[in-house]
Every structure is written in C-alpha cells, then in structure tokens.
Write a protein that binds this ligand. Structure first.
Ligand code: HEC
Length: 170
C-alpha cells in the first residue's frame, strides 16, 4: 500500500515535470519554434524563387519571381500567418517600397552585409510577441543581372537583398 502511494506520487511528480515548465522555458521553446518556422519559410521561398527564375523567366519583360512573390506574401499576411518583405541591400532598389525601413530592417541589412548568417529580434506588438527574422539574398545566377544591372559588380556571396520575416510567437 505504502509502496504504491510512493509510486503514484513519483508518477505525478514525473508527469508534473513534463507538464509544468518555467515561463522562461516556455518562452524559449516558443521562440525556437518561430525560428524554425522562419528557416522553413526561407528555404521554401528562396528555392521557389530560384526555380521559377531558372525555368520561366527568360526576358526582362517576363513577370519577375520577386514580383509574383510580393502577391504571395500579401496573401500570407492577409491570412495572418506571417509577414515577409523582400528588401534591398544594394542601395539601388528596383522598387522604392523595398528600401529597408528604419529600425529592424536597416539593422538587419547592416548585420547581413557584415557577414551575419541571420539577424533576429523579439518584439511585442499589441500585447503579442513576434520574432523578427532576416536572412541574406545573394546574386545566385547571371539571370538576376538581366533586370538588376547594379548587381553586375557585386562580389560573389555578398548579399544584395534580404528577406525580412515577422512571425507570431505562439
Ligand atoms: C525579369 C526581371 C527580374 C529578374 C530576372 C530578377 N528580378 Fe529581382 N526584382 C525585379 C522586380 C520587378 C522587382 C520589384 C518587385 C516588387 O517589389 O514589386 C525585384 C525586386 C528584387 C529585390 C527587392 C529589392 C528591389 O530591388 O526592389 C531583390 C532583393 C531582388 N529582386 C533580387 C533578385 C535576384 C537575387 C534575382 C536572381 C535570382 C532577381 N532579383 C531576378 C525584377 C527581376
């Protein structure tokens, strides 16, 4: 009898240790999940943009993958999943709307141009937490230069742009 009580108690304690973590632990895990979401989206968007550019964009009058993806990004934002902006890091954007905004975007571009692999920040907006997460966009193929003449002399590997995500931390 006594032994069973001890075992049951131990069981509750084990269960408890799985169910109740500290607030910091929960926060940390939530941020890690948001970051993983960012990594997944980044792989998806970049590969899709490169595939489309490789196979469907042949002249400078064709719809640029960058343009098509602005429409896709708008849908994802309207659905409330996340926000993402394709921004310029070359100083000469094709579209002025893609100039990095003051604050996170400008800080991110500075860090990425300095060689950082990613740049991130946790923010609070209207009582909700978000992970701001940015990754570099390098010139991956000659075709890019067809429309972005200013990429011609950029050293290999140096970012000319960035993807800037705002992902809800849930
Ligand atoms: C067919 C022409 C075309 C090609 C090819 C092209 N782009 Fe673009 N790119 C555009 C247009 C148009 C925009 C502006 C999209 C918008 O915001 O509406 C743009 C926007 C961008 C931006 C956002 C900053 C800015 O300049 O406005 C980056 C970064 C970018 N492109 C990178 C690339 C890379 C890297 C490649 C090669 C994989 C590439 N582009 C190929 C036409 C092109």
């Amino acid at each position: 009898m006594k032994r069973m009580t001890v075992m049951a108690l131990a069981g509750v304690m084990v269960l408890g240790s799985f169910q109740i973590g500290t607030a910091e632990e929960a926060d940390c895990k939530a941020v890690a999940r948001a970051r993983k979401m960012g990594e997944m989206l980044d792989t998806l968007y970049k590969n899709a943009i490169v595939l489309i550019t490789t196979h469907y964009v042949n002249e400078d009058t064709d719809l640029a993958a960058g343009d098509a993806f602005q429409a896709l990004f708008k849908v994802m934002k309207e659905k409330g999943y996340h926000e993402v902006r394709l921004i310029d890091a070359s100083g000469e954007p094709y579209d002025d709307d893609n100039t990095p905004r003051k604050g996170f975007e400008q800080d991110a571009v500075k860090a990425l141009l300095g060689g950082a692999k990613t740049y991130e920040k946790v923010i609070k907006k209207d009582g909700k937490q978000y992970l701001q997460y940015a990754t570099p966009v390098p010139v991956v193929m000659d075709k890019c230069i067809m429309c972005h003449e200013n990429y011609r002399d950029v050293p290999k590997g140096k970012p000319i742009g960035a993807l800037s995500y705002t992902i809800p931390i849930e």
